[in-house]
Design a protein around this ligand. Structure first.
Ligand code: ZN
Ligand code: ZN
Ligand code: ZN
Ligand code: ZN
Ligand code: ZN
Ligand code: ZN
Length: 543
């Protein structure tokens, strides 16, 4: 590990002492008073992965989490988005970080703050690299960064008889020269800067107007030359480069969100770490590839490949996403209106699985695996049967992938129904608002875990068939069954005399689902880090 990396990780230790943003049930109960004081809504503490695509901004959680400097969410007492160390930074905090870095370099190298800032921007804010280069050859380092030390700080000056090289005007008016002494009139500079800032979106690398001169126009000089609205834009762009130039920082991709996330994972291992982060605005995304939502345990390169395949094959697979299917017994049309896969035909009462259309009675038995693809025994001799087999295999995984996507969509209104259920529960029982949170927790967990399950099918599609893959699919099947059983429970109507039982069952199943999910995630992610890697892909994957 290089010095730069060591320094970075020590910065993170400052955040270790912060209070974490946990919202598990134990906390809810113990903080009952403070929670209700702040107008608490069970759906506001953390946005479920399934509903994050639109980037819902929840102000109360944004401010509380930003103040603590770290975004975290957890399920059933287990951290689901806490596997990587990251922090969420507001614009103010970003400015503060820059100011501190500038002061440090200014102090260390005895430079003007403007020069320190220009140097830092030139070195992408890598302090150690900057200082090393400066110590080796100060003159060359400054020259490369576009700084000429020694000259007077640029200021506006009226010079009698001066002719501007841009407009050839010789009227006596305000002019300015950078430390390189190339003088132009203020109006020309203003025009030039405005075009750089507004048209080109440039900020940190704007050079002197002189021919072949590379001296940088610093912030203090820009202040002298442009009107306030252009200056605001310039400052915004300049501030943005702090994040853009830093490989360990990203802007939150949610529309209109101004938070940035900084993550300690080394850029070279981003591909296999799958750092899922949650912004203070509630938006969940992958820090590595910036895709919306949580795509663990599938690594970024596989996700990219899978999404491309789904797009290319969308015509063949479109029928799968349909909301209606035919009963295999009586052929009447059956519509799916919930997330649960256990279907019962209204007409003939046949119970079957929506995904594989197989009899429901066999699901849950140890030998039946609805998620694994069983290769047909016959060997594919001709090209046609080979390609048919390949398509069948793809559709098997795509079917399960898209089924979870569909269930997540259908369960969006489970949130609304659950909130109603919670109100009913309060009226029918002696349970308090806090005590009925188990339902909200269950629905939230269901959405998060379905998202994880969804991606296990993309991963399984690319995995080579071996013992490790078999174990992965066993974990997947266990989680499927746990999710299915929780999903069924949540769709059941309330029975007044069975509320205590419902509460116990729901809580138990929620905790179990969260636990199974964590087992699958932890184990799969460990597989990426093993040497040699545990996961063998059917196609060569470049990391
Ligand atoms: Zn001019
Ligand atoms: Zn110049
Ligand atoms: Zn955000
Ligand atoms: Zn990713
Ligand atoms: Zn039927
Ligand atoms: Zn099935």
């Amino acid at each position: 590990m290089s010095d730069a990396e060591l320094d970075y990780s020590s910065e993170y230790e400052d955040y270790q002492d912060d209070v974490e943003f946990d919202d598990d049930m134990a906390d809810l109960t113990s903080e009952a008073g403070s929670v209700s004081d702040s107008g608490f809504s069970p759906f506001g503490t953390s946005t479920p992965a399934s509903a994050s695509a639109g980037g819902q901004g929840i102000l109360s959680s944004a401010s509380s989490s930003a103040a603590k400097g770290k975004g975290r969410a957890s399920i059933g007492g287990e951290d689901l988005y806490g596997q990587v160390e990251y922090k969420v930074l507001s614009l103010k905090q970003l400015e503060e970080e820059q100011r501190r870095a500038i002061e440090y370099v200014e102090d260390m190298l005895k430079l003007k703050p403007e020069s320190a800032a220009t140097l830092l921007r030139y070195f992408n804010w890598k302090k150690e690299k900057l200082i090393e280069a400066y110590m080796e050859d100060a003159e060359v380092t400054l020259e490369k960064a576009g700084i000429r030390e020694g000259g007077a700080q640029p200021r506006l000056k009226r010079v009698r008889g001066f002719v501007c090289d841009v407009c050839y005007d010789n009227e006596t008016k305000e002019t300015l020269a950078l430390t390189c002494d190339h003088r132009f009139c203020k109006a020309c500079y203003c025009h030039y800067l405005t075009s750089k800032i507004i048209d080109e979106g440039e900020s940190r690398r704007i050079e002197c107007m002189g021919k072949d001169c590379h001296v940088i126009v610093d912030e203090k000089t820009v202040e002298l030359l442009v009107p306030p609205d252009i200056l605001d834009r310039y400052r915004l762009l300049l501030n943005r480069t702090y994040v853009d130039d830093n490989p360990r920082m990203r802007w939150c991709p949610a529309p209109n969100c101004e938070f940035a996330v900084s993550c300690a994972v080394a850029p070279r291992s981003l591909d296999v770490t799958i750092p899922t982060v949650q912004c203070a605005c509630g938006h969940i995304f992958c820090f590595g590839c910036q895709l919306d939502g949580d795509h663990r345990p599938c690594c970024c390169p596989i996700v990219k490949r899978w999404m491309k395949k789904c797009k290319d094959d969308s015509e063949t697979s479109n029928w799968i996403s349909a909301n209606t299917k035919e009963c295999t017994k009586c052929h009447s049309t059956i519509e799916k209106n919930g997330g649960c896969n256990h279907m019962t035909c209204k007409k003939c009462k046949w119970e079957f699985c929506w995904v594989c259309m197989g009899p429901w009675s066999e699901h849950g038995t140890s030998w039946y695996n609805c998620s694994r693809y069983e290769e047909k025994a016959d060997n594919y001799k001709d090209a046609q049967s080979k390609s048919r087999a390949a398509l069948e295999r793809y559709l098997h995984y795509y079917n399960r992938f898209s089924n979870h996507e569909q269930s997540i969509r259908l369960e969006a209104d489970l949130y609304v129904r659950t909130e109603k259920k919670m109100e009913e529960l309060q009226e029918q029982s002696t349970l308090s608002w806090i005590e009925v949170q188990f339902l909200a927790k269950a629905v939230e967990t269901l959405g998060k875990v379905r998202t994880v399950l969804k991606w296990t099918y993309a991963m399984a599609f690319y995995l080579e068939k071996n013992n490790f893959t078999q174990m992965f699919e066993d974990n997947q099947n266990d989680l499927e069954q746990a999710v299915e059983s929780l999903s069924e429970l949540l769709e059941r109507p309330l029975e007044e005399d069975k509320i205590a039982e419902l509460r116990q069952q729901t809580t138990d199943k929620t905790v179990y689902v969260a636990k199974r999910c964590k087992v699958l995630l932890d184990d799969t992610l460990r597989g990426y880090e093993e040497e040699p890697p545990r996961w063998i892909w059917q196609e060569p994957i470049k990391f």
